[in-house]
Every structure is written in structure tokens, then in C-alpha cells.
Design a binder for this molecule. Structure first.
Ligand code: ATP
Ligand code: MG
Length: 349
């Protein structure tokens, strides 16, 4: 029986994770859910934002469903030494899982086009998946130094690093519209030349059904906001992906509907991209859509159950139209929205 560890965390995390767990129980009743502590609440109880018992539980997990961690700006947690702060628990968790691919869908949900800063005709139908390399590149390479009035960092990739993240992108594209755009700066960077060569070679070897093209990062930055519908899956290295994914995250116009997944060789981590929203925590009004959509990604990528994932995606799209939450200009609270999702699960084919 598959086992999913839930880490509700702080702020609105427990409310939205409870909603997502309810949906998971409904569509995957054979899956065991086991709750553990992470973040500020974990520090309060165990004196550690990533307690040993949480760490131990990961080894038996098939996937991890995370809520949100951290408190308000004036929270006492922020006066702790850095390693004891909630965010350090999250960083330590990510490190322990060793996920090398970060997946961020950027989707304008039908009926929510008016929230997007883009013109409705540009926003309509946007459905992009950004696959970002997460463990390599310029952020992590140890060949780095600042000395006097000179400094440098190094963007380095190896073929195995490129291939493992490219496989994730190709696999995801097979389940979508079959197109991958690989991002690089191959006109000026040797590391991009290798990236482009290896991604193309892998496509030619193992993913002949995928349509692959290569675009420069500066061009993608323009086109992702001026013509976002041209993209299906975007594959990118770490630094370019960091910038492009935050840029693209603005397109839907609402944080409350954006899930993410981080995948490695072990258990994957599935979480909303928004923060702990301390301003509305505990009021039962948070939008659980991002958490529920993260559970759908868990079904798709963590447990390899695409049918159940599609069922949840459809039910959320329906509930967003019928029962929008307050952050979307509607009236529904967390419970009402979640019930609407559960009902839509039953009725959708
Ligand atoms: P971080 O915790 O990463 O620093 P942040 O403080 O920048 O994040 P959030 O905590 O995501 O941002 O909150 C930003 C605003 O969006 C807040 O007003 C918050 O209430 C609102 N918000 C975020 N997520 C949700 C949600 N799921 N439902 C309703 N409102 C939300
Ligand atoms: Mg915050």
C-alpha cells in the first residue's frame, strides 16, 4: 500500500492540507496518509523545525504532501537563530529528499481569465508546465569566489544531470500536448551548448514522439508573457528556471491556485507555491485549490495514477467556477470549496 506523509506546517497549511487529504482519501482510498511535523509548529513541540521523527518517516514514504511553513513577519520564530527558524526546516527537508526537478504548472483556469494581468484573449487557455533543474548550475557549483574587487560563480552541468531532468520533461509532455521547449543561451554559453546537445540527443534516442525545440532564455522571457499559449512544457536549468517560473507565476493572477512538485529518485515533494498567509490563518477562508492541485500532482507524478489526477484536476476546475473563494472575488470558504470539489469528483466521469 502506498504511503503518503503529510506535513501540514504553519499558518493556513493545516487547513488547506486537511482539504487536500480529504480529496486524496476519496480518490485513492488504499493510500495510507501519515501526518508529521515541520516548520514553526514543529520547533515549538520538538525544538527543531525538521524533527528527527519527521526525517525518519521520509524513508518509508512514496510521496510527501506539504502545506506551508513560517509565521508572520513579527512572529517570535523570526527572532530565533537561523537554523531553528521554520524556513530552515523546509530547506533541510528539500535537501533530504534530493529532488532534482521542480515542476510548476502555470494554468489560467477557465472562468478566471479576468484575474490575470494579461488581456483575457492572451490569458485564455494558458496551460504551461515549467520543469526546472533544481540541484545543479550556478547556485550550487563550488567553483566560486569573491576576492577584493573581483568575484565569480560557475554554471556547470554534466550529461547525467541534464538527462535526468530532461526525462521528467519528456515524460510529462507525453501526458500533455507532446511538446517541449528547452531553454538555454547557447549562442554565448558553452554550458548551454552541452545542455542543448544532450536534450536533443535524448529526444532522438528515446522520445521520438515528442516535438522538441530550443529557444534562448531572453526570447522565452518575452514570449511567455506576449504569447503564452505557444508553450506546453518548458525545460530549463536552475537559474533561468528560477527567474522564468516567478515571471510566469504572475500570469494566473492568483497565488491560491498554483501547485508545485519536486521530483527526485526517492519520494517527491508536493506543495502550493504560496506562503503561509498568516493574515488569514485559522479563519477557515483560505483557498485550498493550490493544495488540492498539489495532491493531484502527487497522484500523477508521485503515485503514477494519471486517471485519478485528471479526475481531481477536473473537479477543482469545476469548483473554481461554481464556488470561487474570497481571494478570487467569490464567497466560498475553505469548507464550501472543498465540498464542491468532492461533489464534482462524484459526478465527473
Ligand atoms: P512567504 O510565506 O513565502 O513569504 P508571502 O508572505 O510572500 O509568502 P503569502 O503568505 O503567500 O505570501 O501571502 C500573500 C498574500 O496572498 C496574503 O495576503 C495571503 O493572505 C494571500 N494568500 C496566499 N495564499 C492564499 C490562499 N491559499 N488563499 C487565500 N489567500 C491566500
Ligand atoms: Mg509570508
Amino acid at each position: 500500500m502506498p504511503k503518503v506523509i503529510t506535513l501540514p506546517g504553519d499558518g493556513i497549511g493545516p487547513e488547506i492540507t486537511a482539504a487536500a487529504a480529504q480529496v486524496l482519501r476519496e480518490v485513492a482510498p488504499d493510500v495510507t496518509l501519515e501526518e508529521h511535523a515541520l516548520g514553526g509548529g514543529a520547533y515549538d513541540v520538538y525544538g527543531d523545525p525538521f524533527p528527527q521523527r519527521t526525517r525518519d518517516a521520509l524513508s518509508e514514504a512514496d510521496a510527501v504532501l506539504l502545506g506551508t511553513v513560517g509565521g508572520a513577519q513579527d512572529s517570535p520564530w523570526n527572532k530565533l537563530p537561523r537554523p531553528q527558524r521554520p524556513e530552515s526546516g523546509l530547506l533541510a527537508l528539500r535537501k533530504a529528499l534530493g529532488c532534482y526537478a521542480n515542476l510548476r504548472p502555470v494554468r489560467v483556469q477557465p472562468g478566471l481569465e479576468h484575474l490575470s494581468p494579461l488581456k483575457p484573449e492572451l490569458a485564455r487557455g494558458v496551460d504551461i508546465l515549467i520543469v526546472r533543474e533544481l540541484l545543479g548550475g550556478i547556485y550550487f557549483d563550488q567553483d566560486r569566489k569573491i576576492e577584493g574587487d573581483a568575484a565569480y560563480n560557475t554554471m556547470r552541468y554534466t550529461t547525467p544531470e541534464v538527462e535526468r531532468v530532461a526525462r521528467v520533461a519528456f515524460w510529462a509532455a507525453e501526458q500533455r500536448r507532446g511538446r517541449v521547449t528547452s531553454v538555454d543561451k547557447a549562442n554565448v554559453l558553452e554550458v548551454s551548448e552541452l545542455w542543448r546537445r544532450d536534450v536533443q540527443a535524448l529526444r532522438d534516442r528515446s522520445y521520438r514522439g515528442i516535438h522538441l525545440n530550443h529557444e534562448y532564455v531572453d526570447s522565452v522571457a518575452m514570449l511567455i508573457v506576449s504569447n503564452p499559449s505557444r508553450y506546453d512544457v518548458i525545460l530549463t536549468e536552475n537559474l533561468f528556471g528560477d527567474i522564468l517560473s516567478d515571471l510566469a507565476a504572475v500570469i494566473p493572477g492568483s497565488l491560491g491556485v498554483m501547485p508545485s512538485a519536486s521530483l527526485g529518485d526517492g519520494a517527491g515533494l508536493f506543495e502550493p507555491i504560496h506562503g503561509s498567509a498568516p493574515d488569514i490563518a485559522g479563519q477557515g477562508v483560505a483557498n485550498p485549490a493550490a493544495a488540492i492541485l498539489s495532491a493531484a500532482m502527487l497522484l500523477r507524478h508521485g503515485l503514477k495514477r494519471p486517471d485519478a489526477a485528471n479526475q481531481v484536476d477536473r473537479a477543482v476546475a469545476f469548483a473554481l467556477r461554481s464556488h470561487p473563494t474570497r481571494d478570487l472575488g467569490g464567497q466560498a470558504d475553505t469548507g464550501t470549496f472543498t465540498r464542491a470539489v468532492l461533489e464534482a469528483l462524484d459526478t465527473s466521469p
